[in-house]
Design a protein around this ligand. Structure first.
Ligand SMILES: [Zn+2]
Length: 314
């Protein structure tokens, strides 16, 4: 029996159920919830809980909250959101790409100590433990700071056995660099999920990642640059290649986020692109997969088998 740390305590992997492997209850920057709540808009807690309640009602049992410290992770917020909505929430440790100046000279082992403590003892002075580790690199490839974080995450993984999610830039095949570093650190790539893999339509590259043993986060929906239909066709190709049990569809949705006076995208447009919230994959992606010829048997287990296998280290 394998267990996973959720924000309300460990659960058996059999209880994970329908799991979205890359989401955000609230996303911004370090300290935003506590220190700058005005930026998150009115009634942010209610809005987050409503969004999650809708997800729960629609059949979502569990989400992985991919919000690291630098993205504004607030562990008490996640506890309250989970308690009030009934959705299991798995919190992450690790770091995204907002690297503070004072990181200069910080070693992978120093970071590994923090990440390990967050998995073994708790986050922000609570006894709430992280269930997954996260590292990130984007368009510019693995920077020096990104490398220190990735190595720190790898070392915390060795100490805790908690699996790793990697924010990657698939159009630039940045996963090749990230996996090379993880291999150097001796990480079993079967414990690694490469995220944002549907930002590319390069199936050959994605199959290469899968052949290395990784799981793939098909986790940007509706997403930008690549159309939602294009993303789903890529997923179909990966299913046809035999990898249905190693892919994890999700949205990378921010239930609550910083409300800029001049946003990149208006709330109306956001709602028009995705009227289903955390149920978009169920409501808009799965029907297209079915139309494309994927069997109901596979579709029904897509957000169940991959996540469970990943946490069990199968
Ligand atoms: Zn994300």
């Amino acid at each position: 029996m394998a267990t996973v740390n959720t924000v309300l305590g460990p659960i058996d992997t059999a209880e994970l159920g329908f799991t979205l492997m890359h989401e955000h209850v609230m996303c911004g920057f370090a300290g935003v919830f506590r220190d700058c709540p005005e930026l998150l808009g009115e009634n942010m807690m209610e809005r987050a809980v409503d969004d999650l309640k809708k997800a729960k009602k629609g059949g979502v049992d569990t989400i992985v909250d991919a919000t690291t410290i630098d993205l504004g992770r607030d562990i008490n917020l996640l506890v309250e959101a989970s308690r009030r909505s009934g959705v299991n929430i798995i919190a992450c440790s690790g770091w995204w790409m907002d690297i503070p100046r004072f990181f200069a000279g910080i070693s992978p082992d120093q970071l590994a100590d923090i990440f390990t403590r967050e998995v073994e003892k708790g986050i922000s002075g609570t006894d709430v433990k992280a269930g997954i580790l996260k590292a990130a690199s984007d368009m510019s490839g693995v920077t020096a700071e990104g490398e220190a974080i990735l190595r720190g995450v790898a070392r915390a993984h060795h100490r805790t056995e908690v699996p790793i999610m990697v924010h990657s830039y698939s159009p630039g095949r940045v996963g090749e660099q990230q996996l090379a570093i993880l291999k150097e650190e001796g990480v079993d790539l079967g414990r690694v999920k490469m995220d944002h893999s549907n930002d590319t339509t390069d199936v050959e590259y994605l199959v290469w990642l899968l052949e290395q043993g990784c799981y793939l986060g098909i986790d940007r929906y509706p997403g930008r640059n690549v159309s939602p239909q294009g993303r789903t066709k890529t997923m179909k190709a990966l299913i046809d290649a035999g990898y249905a049990d190693r892919i994890c569809p999700s949205h990378d949705r921010l239930a609550v986020h910083v409300m800029a006076a001049t946003p990149m995208i208006t709330e109306e447009e956001r709602l028009r692109m995705n009227p289903h919230g955390f149920l978009y994959v169920k409501e808009a992606v799965f029907p297209l997969l079915k139309e494309l010829g994927v069997s109901e048997e596979i579709i029904d287990t897509l957000c169940i088998k991959g996540p469970r296998n990943f946490f069990e280290g199968v």
